[in-house]
Design a protein around this ligand. Structure first.
Ligand SMILES: NC(=O)c1ccc[n+]([C@@H]2O[C@H](COP(=O)([O-])OP(=O)(O)OC[C@H]3O[C@@H](n4cnc5c(N)ncnc54)[C@H](OP(=O)(O)O)[C@@H]3O)[C@@H](O)[C@H]2O)c1
Length: 340
């Protein structure tokens, strides 16, 4: 059995239950790709599911949903991708596999993922930038759909500085035609949030929501603060909360749709630089420091996304791959040197 380096836990608990060790390299099934991971991003769900069994999987569990990397193997029914393709995606579709989520997440050298869940990485993005996008952008888009956002509406985004919030702001006018965008964050982040397209930014440490005169057609709450933020919604406005359970009776919970097609549709916007990945300058971690990376995201104060890179990149020899899965096609094996 061929082994790889991976971060995993064998009991629920704080970040200290995480261990770095050796786990088997998984084999891609019919419609799956075997991907060598170059970068991954963390999401609050990775911590929540480590603390308690919300999506139970057998131990050991490798955390991580988001990744960018290079295809090094594929199942016999894979149609869209070839060995050597640079891909990115959210590999965990919890909504459709709640009973059996993947045991092996993206904080490992190698992962398997259904081809329908990934897209080709735009050349203009680094692996880290690409890895930062999938789960957050899939969530951001879904919230507009859940609340049936209409072109020309005004929107208030609670939590414009987070992984999801920074993308909700970037999409509001560009993809959904919002006419006026206001968002909230704490004092140090006001300027930061403004750059993502907010017409106004409210410092929630200085201004109470009930003191804001404007009322909005759409309230998009990315932090679960609807108990307070609902006062910003017009009488018949949609209130969307992406945290569970929603914190106000009027709020509708929105859960992401996981698919590579969503990422593919964003390609032109990414290539034109109209949507930009937002990586926290203090949130870039080496593969060896995954515990610190979790410590940072768990403060709840990240500026955009927290990413992990510098995965150990050993060259995989054809003999090793054929031991993993004799059906793997070996032509054109990725031998890219790691780009820092
Ligand atoms: N339903 C779904 O499908 C789905 C998908 C993804 C995420 N989620 C959930 O959505 C939440 C946000 O995810 P995320 O990835 O964006 O998290 P994140 O990046 O960790 O969010 C951190 C940001 O939240 C802001 N924040 C915290 N409290 C705030 C408050 N009271 N008002 C305004 N901003 C506040 C912080 O800004 P300040 O420091 O300025 O406060 C910080 O920038 C998490 O609970 C996550 O589990 C749900």
């Amino acid at each position: 059995m061929k082994m790889q380096k991976a971060w995993f836990y064998e009991e629920y608990g704080p970040k200290e239950v995480l261990k770095l060790g050796d786990l088997p390299i998984p084999s891609p099934l019919h419609n799956q790709l075997l991907v060598q991971v170059y970068a991954a991003a963390l999401n609050p769900i990775d911590s929540k599911r480590r603390f308690r069994p919300i999506f139970p999987a057998e131990f050991p569990v490798v955390p991580g949903c988001d990744m960018a990397g290079v295809v090094i193997g594929k199942g016999a029914n894979v149609k869209k991708f070839n060995i050597g393709d640079e891909v990115y995606g959210n590999i965990q579709d919890f909504n459709n596999s709640m009973e059996k989520p993947k045991q092996l997440g993206t904080l490992a050298q190698f992962i398997v993922v259904e081809e329908s869940l990934v897209a080709r990485k735009p050349k203009c993005l680094s692996f880290e930038e690409a890895a930062s996008l999938p789960l957050a952008v899939q969530t951001a888009i879904e919230g507009f759909k859940t609340g049936e956002f209409k072109k020309g509406q005004t929107i208030f985004v609670v939590g414009g500085a987070g992984g999801v919030g920074t993308l909700v702001l970037q999409l509001a006018k560009l993809l959904f035609g919002a006419s006026y965008v206001v968002s909230s964050c704490s004092t140090p982040k006001v300027k930061f949030v403004k750059q993502f397209g907010a017409d106004e930014v409210v410092d929630y440490t200085k201004t109470k929501y009930e003191d804001i005169q404007d009322k909005f057609d759409f309230l998009y709450d990315t932090v679960g603060d609807c108990k307070k933020s609902f006062v910003l919604a017009k009488k018949d406005a949609a209130i969307v909360d992406i945290t569970w359970p929603p914190s106000h009776p009027r709020a509708v919970y929105s859960s992401l749709t996981v698919s590579g097609e969503i990422l593919e549709k964003l390609r032109p916007y990414l290539e034109r630089g109209e949507i930009k990945p937002v990586i926290d300058p203090k949130g870039q971690y080496h593969f060896d420091n995954v515990i610190d990376a979790f410590g940072y995201i768990e403060t709840g104060r990240a500026w955009g996304k927290v990413v992990v890179s510098h995965f150990p990149l050993e060259e995989i020899h054809s003999t090793v791959l054929s031991e993993i899965n004799p059906n793997i096609k070996l032509n054109g094996l990725a031998k890219r040197p790691y780009k820092k």
